[in-house]
Design a protein around this ligand. Structure first.
Ligand SMILES: C[S@@+](CC[C@H](N)C(=O)[O-])C[C@H]1O[C@@H](n2cnc3c(N)ncnc32)[C@H](O)[C@@H]1O
Length: 216
């Protein structure tokens, strides 16, 4: 069943799946973190540098793709929008991009790739677009064993100019602490948003890669 979302005066249509019967995992739903991140992008469209230019935008663990698709409609249309998730979610992402093709600018090159954070380095189809100007992740901090692969992926696809926004609900203190600790090794980490939702707090963190010291 299709679901509608209002973002910056645009009506986005997504097609979440009613259940997980197809064994596709959590990507079949639109999570609160994605809704909040889309809203945050709308609010910050004049302050986020990446949304004021025709840049390259990546969403990791995109699921139904709400945050990534929204990012392409709130500011300057990006030159490239790349949505990624596990292989089983790719058909759903492809369907959702088609449903919103008329809202996306015709000059935005949209790509959908299978990308598992545990498979690094990323394949050339993805790494050749990096470094990205903006990287989004909604509800991607949910399993302790995936925290380091996620941060390694962010590291592999960014540079010091990349704006990174990661939204998530704190469901497990240990996973949350691991995210802050592992991300802090390589990124400046700042909380930019918090909202009390139905099932807990939704946080948005901004990450900015630390400049590596030069070794002479
Ligand atoms: C909780 S869902 C969030 C989906 C979507 N971003 C949202 O907020 O509505 C987590 C997403 O991470 C993806 N994911 C899980 N493990 C992954 C991995 N190892 N590599 C890449 N994506 C992964 C899932 O397929 C799913 O789409």
């Amino acid at each position: 069943m299709e679901e509608g979302f209002e973002v910056a005066g645009h009506r986005l249509t997504l097609c979440p799946r009613p259940d997980e019967a197809e064994n596709l995992g959590t990507g079949v739903h639109v999570w609160d973190s994605a809704r909040d991140l889309a809203r945050y992008l709308e609010q910050q469209r004049t302050t986020l540098r990446a949304l004021r230019k025709r840049g390259r935008v990546l969403e990791l663990g995109a699921g139904c793709g709400l945050a990534g698709i929204a990012s392409a409609t709130v500011g300057q249309p990006p030159a490239a929008l790349v949505l990624t998730d596990l292989p089983g979610i790719v058909p759903l992402l492809t369907q959702n991009v088609s449903l919103n093709r008329d809202t996306l600018h015709p000059d935005t090159q949209v790509s959908i790739f299978a990308f598992d954070w545990r498979d690094l380095p990323p394949r050339p189809e993805l790494s050749s677009v990096a470094p990205f100007d903006l990287i989004l992740g909604a509800d991607v901090v949910f399993r302790l064993d995936l925290v380091r692969p996620l941060i390694d992926s962010l590291d592999a696809l960014s540079d010091a100019a990349t704006e990174i926004l990661v939204a998530f609900e704190i469901r497990c203190d240990v996973t949350y602490a691991a995210f802050l600790s592992v991300a802090g090794e390589r990124f400046g980490v700042k909380r930019v948003y918090v909202r009390r939702g139905g099932s807990g707090f939704v946080h948005i963190y901004q990450l900015r890669k630390k400049r590596r010291g030069r070794v002479d």
